[in-house]
Design a protein around this ligand. Structure first.
Ligand code: MN3
Length: 247
């Protein structure tokens, strides 16, 4: 009897220590989150090669590495033509403006962003995040991230269901998002190259995204966007998604 009581106590103690570790990360996240409105913080700082130019990021995998889910030809055109196009356009549009020495996040959160910079700045940022969270070797979420997902959505499957629905029901071109708002996680979608950080968008810090423009899937999936969404889940590196919360 005495032994049993001791065991329970130890377990409760362990539980308290674990939940303390979990909750103690929240102030750190909030601090990082508030950075958006302050300095020149960027999760893509390495993609700016000098004060003026954003740089197309190199992929950390080959164009054919995501097959059979995302085909090599689509990946090549998507990265070397579409993303490169947004990057070049953005650099040309910000030249000589108040935006030229700002991080991409600072540009995106700006009020009254000119349409061209909004479209191409979003195109630059959104694809940087998209390539970053993809991997030929799917990585499952950690216990810590799972517990955040569970408290926001009830379960990992429910989060996937909500995200897939947001991606499938976005009419025309756009993106689906998983965001961190400083307390929990949320899901939304945006049209065109809009981004949750932008004025009037759904808000929160984007940590996972899915491109639902037809250029992202048409060669392989044609009109079957739901099949493309299903395939996407085989390519997510959840350790990167978790790092995006604090980056
Ligand atoms: Mn795209």
């Amino acid at each position: 009897m005495e032994k049993k009581t001791k065991k329970v106590t130890r377990r409760s103690l362990l539980k308290s220590v674990l939940s303390f570790s979990l909750y103690s990360i929240i102030p750190i996240q909030l601090k990082a989150f508030s950075f958006f409105g302050e300095g020149n913080f960027s999760i893509f700082d390495t993609n700016k090669n000098n004060a003026m130019n954003f740089k197309l990021p190199e992929l950390k995998y080959a164009y054919n590495a995501l097959e059979p889910h995302f085909d090599a030809r689509t990946m090549e055109i998507h990265h070397s033509k579409h993303h490169a196009g947004y990057t070049n356009n953005l650099n040309n549009l910000i030249k000589g403006t108040e935006f030229e020495d700002k991080s991409i996040e600072k540009i995106l959160i700006s009020k009254d962003l000119p349409a061209g910079i909004r479209n191409n700045g979003g195109g630059f940022y959104n694809h940087c995040l998209f390539w970053k969270i993809l991997s030929p070797n799917k990585v499952d979420p950690s216990e810590r991230l799972l517990s955040m997902i569970n408290s926001s959505f009830g379960s990992f499957d429910k989060m996937k269901e909500d995200f897939s629905k947001a991606a499938a029901t976005r009419f025309g071109s756009g993106w689906a998002w998983l965001c961190y708002d400083g307390n929990g996680l949320s899901i939304c979608s945006t049209p065109n190259q809009d981004n949750p950080l932008m004025e009037g968008a759904c808000g929160g810090k984007p940590i996972l995204c899915l491109d639902v423009w037809e250029h992202a899937y048409y060669l392989n999936y044609q009109n079957r966007r739901p099949d493309y969404i299903l395939a996407f889940w085989n390519l997510v590196d959840w350790s990167v998604v978790e790092n995006n919360i604090e980056d």
